[in-house]
Design a protein. Structure first.
Length: 241
């Protein structure tokens, strides 16, 4: 009987232990399952967060890429525009330089033509004077010489007061084809005294190239009443017309 009681007691204790172990195991399993569920949920949240962040990174990367492409396209267009503008600028500058060179060349050509024409005219006048000097009779040249000196004394100083003449001039140079007579010399001296306000010394010089007439040098002013000058003036008139 005692043995049966002990066996029953042991059996009850064993059943109790099994029940307690089962409860403990169930509790641990539930706790473990709950923890796993929490980890799973946390993992899902983190995975969703990572996916969201990855999507944001992709969007930002795409935005950066699009922006970089747009800036690169803008820079390329700007470079093309700048290159075209610079090219047009260079072309205009080259055209301007070309036009300026053409103008300078034309100006130089005109200057050369003018110089050549002046030289030709001057040489023509010199040759004409040489021919007249040798062809005209001596008495005829002397008559013209005297007549022109008379006209110069009478009318050649009409507008000379308007010109700037140094008042301290003491000597006046006279270049004539023939020697001045006393009357001619006195007439010139008197006329010059009226203009300058004081007496001046006349320094005569015989120059056959004048052909007829005289040239008067008062300081820096030259009054040309020679036949050579009249031929030169008439040649200019003919050349201009």
């Amino acid at each position: 009987m005692l043995i049966i009681s002990l066996v029953l007691l042991l059996l009850l204790m064993f059943v109790g232990l099994i029940f307690m172990l089962q409860r403990i195991l169930n509790k641990n399993i539930i706790s473990a399952t709950k923890h796993i569920d929490e980890l799973s949920q946390d993992y899902s949240k983190k995975e969703a967060e990572i996916a969201r962040q990855l999507e944001e990174v992709k969007q930002k990367s795409q935005e950066i890429l699009d922006k970089a492409r747009a800036e690169a396209e803008k820079a390329r267009n700007q470079m093309i525009s700048d290159a075209q503008a610079e090219s047009e600028k260079l072309v205009k500058h080259a055209q301007s330089q070309g036009e300026e060179m053409i103008k300078q060349a034309d100006k130089t050509r005109q200057q050369l033509l003018t110089e050549i024409e002046d030289r030709i005219s001057k040489e023509a006048v010199n040759k004409a004077c040489e021919l007249i000097q040798h062809v005209l009779p001596e008495n005829f040249k002397q008559d013209i010489h005297a007549q022109w000196i008379g006209e110069l004394i009478e009318n050649g100083f009409a507008n000379i007061e308007r010109l700037r003449i140094a008042k301290d001039v003491q000597d006046v140079k006279i270049a004539a084809a023939y020697s001045l007579s006393k009357a001619q010399r006195d007439g010139l001296a008197k006329k010059l005294k009226e203009i300058l306000g004081h007496d001046v010394a006349l320094k005569e010089e015989i120059d056959p190239k004048v052909v007829a007439g005289i040239t008067i040098t008062i300081g820096s002013l030259v009054l040309d009443g020679s036949l050579k000058n009249r031929i030169r003036e008439q040649a200019k008139i003919l050349q201009q017309s």
